[in-house]
Design a protein around this ligand. Sequence first.
Ligand SMILES: *Cc1c(COP(=O)(O)O)cnc(C)c1O
Length: 599
Amino acid sequence: DLRMMQEVVLGIGGCRLVEMLDLDVDVFHLNEGHAAFAVLERTRQFMRRTGLDFRAALAAVRAGNVFTTHTPVAAGFDAFGPDLIRKYFRWIEDFVRDVGISMKELLALGRRDAEDMSEPFNMAWLAMRGSLAANGVSRLHGAVSRRLFAGLFPRWPESEVPVGHVTNGVHVPFWDSPWADRIWTETCGKRRWRGEIGALEPAMACVPDEAIWSFKSLERRDLVEHARRRLACDLSERGAPPEAVARAAEVLDPDRLTLGFARRFTAYKRPGLLLRDPDRLLRILTDPQRPVQIIVAGKAHPDDAAGKRLIEAWVAFALRKELRGHVVFLEDYDIELAQQLVQGVDLWINTPERPWEASGTSGMKVLVNGGLNLSTLDGWWAEAYAPEVGWAIGGGRGGPEADARDAGELYALLEKGIVPGFYDRDASGVPRAWIARVRASMARLAPAFSSNRMLRDYVERAYLPAAEAFARRAGQGGAEARALEEWSRRLTQHWPHVRFDGTEVRREGEEWLFTAPVRLGGLAPDEVEVELYAAPAAPTEAAPVRIPMACVRLLAGEAYLFRAAAPASRPAEHYTPRILPRRDGLRLPAELPLILWQR
Ligand SMILES: *Cc1c(COP(=O)(O)O)cnc(C)c1O
């Protein structure tokens, strides 16, 4: 009930607020399904303004809604029992009667199967049905989301499920240190994060090693001071003896390789992975020639017993005598602490279990500050990683052995590559190869994973197309939306009568010639798209092959002959003729998930 009320306030209340403020908004961006009731309220407002019926009004406002999904697990979507929806949608001024649809129709918007009366009402399904553009928050999460939403588009190939991606980014000026700000300003100017960011990469690629090394050392010094002060505070709040509080001033060392590991302590983040072999970690940290230190911060949900145990394990590890101030655990991980950490660390470690990290953003925050990343190939790191900019574990695989394998790779990378690399100095004391990575990471990744790039993607790929589509649909009292809705209804009625009447294939030179007689059951040949479909030839190719079949003549009894040629470089069995609805401006399969396969 509480969640339901929150989402009513957010979606319906939010949409009414926008109306009462007289903001003439073309595009609503639904971030996560929580706000999806806005689809219903926006439709109702549009009905009132135009006199359209519910389905036609929905066809109009849908064009102006953008949906971003943020979770890689179906359990992350809110779903309400049908009774809760009934209760609240009567209560909200009898919403259902007001818009003139049945409760069953309303519930169908949040169900995979409209006829299944026990199916809960899923907010993500409503958001998907109420938007023309949908995206995940990283490339990998886009692919994972296509699988999660595939059930709404029966018989459509997963690659065509209409979910793209816009990878997250961070607001760089909020996360950079004063020292980083200075070097970026000298190199790229004060207005670097306004407008075009394409020139930043080549400019940063020219910064001298010495300049990078010295600003990074200043950042590390600041972090060590912050951490000592914060640790002293934590200790005295916990009632530790004055000697222990005083000793906090001696932990850490501003010249040591400094690792950062901070997150919510939830299972998929695997906050225990680094601690899997505590003695091996201890040896890495306390090597007298090449000492390493780690600052750990975290919070667990009050009800998460496993998360709390992992925090205790880190606190206990930090107290081991042999470590002598090489490990600090800081409580109450919040934005301020995050700022200090991401500004000062040399290496940010992230160990999510693939593919449960939709994007992840904490690792992006170190980029501008010259910190490097070591992470699982999940979320944003799956598309950002290259050997020149950081390190990866897990090789893009998950599975039951993932923990042991990933921990082994993590230790080995630290022992063989990362720690020796940081301490490999030239005559002037500068770690040249390390700095080369830092420079590449700053130049290439900081702009690419900034909110500037993200916002530009949203504007170009989602907001502007949505504003245009909405204007076309909603103009003239929604005439186009009404025509589209009437057409969709007619097409859906005729669809069961559409069928293939056998297909012939013969070889002509280097091509297969396909001919297919098709019965259209009352539809005109230009109302459908008949095409040859072949799955991508290699897993590395994203797009399937689609070759339109042309209508060449009318056969007897509402049947038409369609024809197309396909390259004979692939066997004829790879191609399957299929039929889809076709209409200008219609977005498939988002709006009308009809499809007919010849086999
Ligand atoms: C950035 C940030 C997060 C999110 O980090 P992820 O890597 O996306 O999980 C969580 N908490 C705080 C305080 C942060 O600053």
